[in-house]
Design a binder for this molecule. Sequence first.
Ligand SMILES: *[C@@H]1O[C@H](CO)[C@@H](O)[C@H](O)[C@H]1NC(C)=O
Length: 137
Amino acid sequence: MMNYLILLVIAMCFGLNEGKCFTNILELQNNLSPGSILKVNCSSNKGDVEPVHQVKLNVRYQIVVLEWGWGDRVVFRCLLRHGRKMEYSQTIWRAYRAAAEYRCGEKRSWIAKADGIYLVRNGEPKGLKYPWVHTKK
Ligand SMILES: *[C@@H]1O[C@H](CO)[C@@H](O)[C@H](O)[C@H]1NC(C)=O
């Protein structure tokens, strides 16, 4: 009876985890300044091309990423732009990089602020990662 109960509990835990964990998320967030628009376009080494998105202040733009596993890593890169003439920009070459083995429930959040782009990895703040590149227009 006891063994049966333990098995049941284990089965339930696995069942719940499976239900929650089937995708990964690449997120881009605009934390610039009131009225600012963050323009984002991302693409992957697997041929995914996301069209340009205009992300308003305090909005999160999310892309669902499926990892392939078997050493076949999907890598997303993103171009972020802002400013009156979109004169501030930066390309994040490894905005999301899959592991060699299949994973789920991973989250990379890139937060655009006035002084640069910050990373939050699975909810853990990693600090300022990229400055803005200013191009005269
Ligand atoms: C974003 O779009 C620009 C302009 O179409 C393009 O040159 C660039 O390669 C794109 N970047 C990414 C990461 O998809």
